[in-house]
Ligand binder design. Structure first.
Ligand code: COA
Length: 326
């Protein structure tokens, strides 16, 4: 009988561009204040990429850090998936550009587009490759330059987003098909295209040919997030064969401290088990979960063997969750 294979996260890395934009900086260009932004969102600052620094550059920095953490070399990589909403170019995929910049020889490389849920979606795709023996060293990268999509005259959106990248290395590990296994244990992925008007970019290749600006009905997105993420978390836990009470750490998509708190309260989570980094990088879309994961590993909170639950929600609307034992 062949062994039961799981995909394990063996390395984590992240990168934030140097330039920091504070709430006070934004208050100089739109009618807002540090007080309003902090109270409604928990955000204190965001990072912004240089004009000459495309998404792939952020992805490469995060990928190199994750490979180093895993003790792997670029020559080991046989799959690259980039979750992004802000690709360098319409095509090729940002993953192929990252492959070129890293110097990875021929491998599989493509992008996944599920906006802020992109990292969880990309992880599920990579899990399929790794657990089925089709990849032995996969890079799953969330990389975004959301500031490129902002309408800098719209105070209801431009204060919420930032740029950044996070990456994990996935490798096969033998399991026993029990929740005590190391590696990815279960997913729940969701989309409801009927709600696409709540959060979208008003331009595109096959419509008006523009890049467009992000548009959002903030309070409706907020309501949807708090109500529906909880269901996906419970479904992912059930798929993994674990209970929510067993989870050591929740690593939510970092959109807004009030959403993180609302979901936590709905599920009765201990807030000391919820990782929050939104104050220092704002909403970096598909990059936010690996950025938060990396922060909490580096500061010693999340350790090998911990049971971790990722959850996200974004344009589509898409949402989802993933349970993993590190
Ligand atoms: N500064 C100051 N005032 C602002 C503002 C800003 N940056 N943005 C909006 N306002 C104003 C509005 O114009 C409105 O004024 P009005 O009452 O005179 O019309 C008032 O604040 C309240 O607006 P509202 O949209 O009802 O506020 P809110 O409490 O819902 O907070 C969000 C707005 C965007 C912070 C909140 O809806 C939210 O977090 N939504 C989820 C957004 C998100 O995270 N999306 C990404 C998911 S991936």
């Amino acid at each position: 009988m062949s062994a039961f294979m799981r995909s394990a996260i063996t390395g984590v890395g992240s990168y934030l561009p140097e330039t920091i934009v504070s709430n006070a900086d934004l208050a100089r260009i739109v009618d807002t204040s540090d007080e309003w932004i902090v109270e409604r969102t928990g955000i204190r600052q965001r990072h912004r990429a240089r004009d000459d620094q495309p998404t792939s550059d952020l992805a490469v920095e995060a990928a190199l850090a994750a490979l180093k953490d895993a003790g792997r070399d670029v020559g080991d990589v046989d799959l690259i998936i980039v979750a992004t909403t802000t690709p360098d170019l319409t095509f090729p995929a940002t993953a192929a550009i990252v492959q070129k910049k890293l110097g990875v020889p021929v491998c599989a490389a493509f992008d996944v587009q599920a906006v802020c849920s992109g990292f969880v979606y990309a992880l599920s795709v990579a899990d399929g490759f790794v657990a089925r023996g089709q990849a032995r060293c996969a890079l799953v990268i969330g990389a975004e330059e959301m500031t490129r999509l902002m309408d800098w005259s719209d105070r209801t959106t431009c204060v919420l987003f930032g740029d950044g990248a996070g990456a994990v290395v996935l490798e096969p590990v033998e399991g026993r098909n029990t929740p005590a296994d190391t590696g990815i244990l279960g997913f729940a992925l969701r989309s409801d295209g009927r709600k696409s008007d709540l959060l979208y970019v008003d331009g595109g290749v096959a419509t008006d040919g523009r890049v467009g600006h992000l548009r959002m009905q903030g309070n409706q997105v907020f309501r949807h997030a708090v109500i529906n993420i909880a269901e996906a978390i419970e479904a992912a836990a059930a798929a993994a064969g674990i209970t929510i009470a067993e989870v050591d750490w929740f690593v939510p998509h970092q959109a807004n401290q009030r959403i993180i708190k609302g979901v936590g309260e709905r599920l009765g989570l201990d807030e000391n088990k919820v990782i929050s980094t939104v104050s220092h990088h704002a909403n970096t879309s598909a990059a936010s979960i690996p950025l938060a994961l990396d922060t909490a590993i580096r500061d010693g909170r999340i350790r090998r063997g911990d049971l971790v639950l990722f959850e996200a929600m974004g344009g589509g609307l898409t949402w989802g969750a993933c349970a993993v034992r590190l």
